[in-house]
Ligand binder design. Structure first.
Ligand code: PEP
Length: 253
């Protein structure tokens, strides 16, 4: 049985005061004990103060990106060890906004995963197709190529989570149906088993991301291959994020 994992991707939202308010509400509403894993991923500048906000709680902190080199002349970038130094334990890699808004290549994204793992971080690796790729029947080919860029057999798979995030569902209010999500998640698991290691493919957690809200979270997370959620917009509102966490807890029982 895989333990569900819910992570909030705050993107470039919230100032320090707003983050503190959100964290206070999360701390107050979080079930105790917490039978699932929960993380919040603030912008880089807020990693340190948010670490202080989660101390003494089971909530973990993650970054939204990193640069794969250990140090050097990479103005504006941040390394895996610098992220680790803030106390953060997770990093999101390959988010569709990095791929399609910022223009990162699959090759660059692929180099980030071993860099993160080497620094002791856990990775949430995002994959997913654009609407025109889905309509052209290319969903599986696109996702398979992204998996191929990011993953190799020698990685420490116990510190990897995959997030299936169809690009057309991110921030649009259009969620994949539970059937579409299950189909993609099952495909990812089969691909990992066929290409790498069946045991790890069975153990790895695959989150769904794309307009997850409290009212669709139960249906998505009741799918057998959906092991939690990567949540954007709804992670900015304590009530919504807590509602999604409750759905993940129900999916585990
Ligand atoms: C995301 O940014 O990873 C995401 C899934 O966003 P949203 O929940 O807003 O669609």
């Amino acid at each position: 049985m895989r333990k569900p994992f819910v992570a909030g991707n705050w993107k470039m939202n919230l100032n320090l005061a707003e983050c503190r308010e959100l964290m206070a509400a999360l701390r107050k509403g979080l079930p105790d004990p917490l039978p699932i894993d929960v993380a919040v991923c603030p912008p880089f500048a807020l990693l340190f103060p948010i670490q202080g906000e989660v101390d003494g709680t089971p909530i973990k902190v993650g970054a939204q990106n990193l640069y794969p080199e250990p140090k050097g002349a990479f103005t504006g970038e941040i390394s895996a060890t610098q992220i680790r130094d803030t106390g953060a334990t997770y990093v999101i890699i390959g988010h569709s906004e990095r791929r399609h808004v910022i223009g990162e290549t699959g090759e660059l994204i692929g180099r980030k995963i071993p860099a993160a793992l080497k620094a002791g971080l856990e990775v949430i690796y995002c994959v997913g197709e654009k609407i025109e790729e889905r309509e052209a029947g290319r969903t599986e080919a696109v996702v398979a190529e992204q998996l191929n860029h990011g993953l190799t057999e020698d990685l420490d798979w116990s510190r990897l989570t995959i997030a299936y995030e169809p690009v057309w569902a991110i921030g649009t209010g259009k969620t994949a149906t539970p059937e579409q999500a299950q189909e993609a998640h099952a495909f990812i698991r089969q691909e990992l088993a066929a290409r790498y290691n069946a045991e790890w493919a069975d153990r790895i957690r695959i989150q769904y991301g794309g307009s997850v809200k409290p009212d669709n979270a139960d249906a998505l997370m009741s799918c057998p291959d959906v092991d939690g959620a990567l949540v954007g917009g709804a992670s900015l509102k304590a009530g919504d994020f807590l509602g999604i966490i409750q759905a993940a807890i129900r999916s585990a029982s």
